[in-house]
Design a protein around this ligand. Sequence first.
Ligand SMILES: [Zn+2]
Length: 123
Amino acid sequence: MTNGSQPPGPVAHPQRDEAIAAAYAGGTSQAQLGRRYGITQQRVAQILKRHPEAKQARQALDDQRRREREAKVESQRQKRAVSRKHARRHGTDYRYQLGCGCLKCRAAHAKLWRDWDRRRQEL
Ligand SMILES: [Zn+2]
């Protein structure tokens, strides 16, 4: 790299710095990298300044992980909404597990066990 933002002076550990940049891009924290290589977190930050591509890649990775987390939360929220709807209906094992002892729910629960037992015997 030969751009003007690069700090002056030769790079003392080019291979180590490349490894640090790659690990950082892959999701390792600066604190972890400092411990792994026996250098301060400040030094890690300085090294990463010479590797803007690694910082960019890391940003993209963090963004992607955040989106995945948000999608997971949303899907769980939808599942819970479905469960709540389901829980209002009688004749389900779900409702039986929630403590309903009506005939329909008891029958649903018993059927589940019968089916499970039959599957087990077929194996
Ligand atoms: Zn019931």
